[in-house]
Design a protein. Structure first.
Length: 229
């Protein structure tokens, strides 16, 4: 087995036993899910992202979000979103007026719009391949628990409408990654099998800790000091 490619006009060959294919990046929404924010399925990027306005305000009055966690747009757009959201938070806190926020944000919003102009082309030109969105039955979807796409489809035939029911029937998404790798694929398979939209199918419920930590890391945490008074 080998990977063959051409670079600088020269053919290259790398002997290997394993090949991993990259199919783009999607927002990591586990924290925004744990906060019970509203989410929406983006049919262009084939992923979920938290619902937010142009200033980063989410469905929760005291929570704003910026950067790729709100939707993949690239590093420059993410940095601009951070500045825009920070100005909006200052406005919410009463540190600056809404008018001052609008004046300061106007050029940043324009720059972000320019950065995002390429996004529709990229989404149309480089969508995930069909084998990723709807893998064959023998394909392992949940690597943590070694659950195949065929097993996911069987849970749909048993009446499972969403990932959390499927988790109970197959253990898919019950591993340490909590569905970070398999969640979108599970949702996609179930949606196709049940005739639902991805929004209707939903996502995994997230439990703490958001990411796996060792017992040593827990033991190293400093105890909270009791409040004086």
């Amino acid at each position: 087995k080998a990977v063959c490619f051409t670079v600088g006009g020269h053919s290259k060959r790398i002997e290997t036993e394993t090949v991993l294919l990259h199919q783009g990046v999607v927002p990591n929404i586990q924290i925004s899910q744990a906060l019970s924010l509203d989410h929406h399925y983006d049919t262009a990027q084939h992923c979920f992202h938290p619902v937010s306005d142009s200033y980063g305000q989410t469905s929760a009055a005291k929570i704003s979000i910026a950067g790729d966690g709100a939707g993949i747009a690239g590093a420059k757009a993410a940095a601009l979103s951070g500045r825009i959201t920070a100005l909006n938070v200052l406005s919410i806190m009463g540190k600056i007026s809404t008018a001052d926020r609008d004046v300061a944000c106007a050029p940043l919003l324009q720059k972000r719009t320019r950065e995002n102009t390429i996004r529709p082309f990229l989404d149309r030109a480089y969508p995930p391949c069909d084998q990723i969105l709807q893998p064959t039955d023998a394909t392992i979807v949940c690597r943590c628990e070694e659950v195949t796409a065929g097993e996911i489809r069987k849970t749909a035939a048993l009446g499972s409408k969403g990932p959390n029911q499927t988790k109970a029937l197959s253990r898919a998404g019950m591993g340490p990654c909590q569905g970070r790798f398999c969640g979108l694929t599970v949702t996609g398979i179930l949606a196709a099998e049940t005739g639902q939209t991805p929004d209707e199918t939903g996502t995994y419920r997230i439990r703490s800790p958001i990411k796996p930590i060792s017992l040593g890391e827990l033991a190293a945490l400093q105890p909270l000091e009791k409040e004086q008074g």
